[in-house]
Design a protein around this ligand. Sequence first.
Ligand code: AMP
Length: 143
Amino acid sequence: MNVSQILKQKGNRVVSVSDNATVSEAAAILAREGIGAVLVLDGAGRVAGILSERDLVRGFASHGAAVLTLGVAEVMTRDVVFCRPEDSIDQVMGEMTTRRFRHLPVLENGRLTGIVSIGDVVKYRLMETEAEAESLRQYIAAG
Ligand code: AMP
């Protein structure tokens, strides 16, 4: 199973926020959408960064409640790592583990086509494992 199969089921929606938004606005979006990260887009719609719950926690630790009035650009991560639709689940899991983050936006020919989280990856890896176990059971039952 690969990233494009995950996106086929979960869809291509990517929740984003403008790089002019405040941290407070971004936090409201994370809460409303029940997600852990938003992509930050510049005025031309290009990816300027990614802002996750971790960045909010770090921001609170260094600025206190004043972090809410800062611009997202001050706390986001600028150097965004992407994955590709053809990447396997194992590749994506490896990337998330090595780099210690839980979100990978998907780029296809320079276009943003979705985002996968560690939750998606675990869910589809489990489905894959269950399918493998089932086919083994059927193989054994067939004698
Ligand atoms: P996360 O585990 O995804 O909540 O993120 C942990 C840290 O990594 C935060 O500082 C995020 O801004 C950053 N981060 C998350 N996803 C990515 C990504 N795909 N590329 C670069 N940084 C990321």
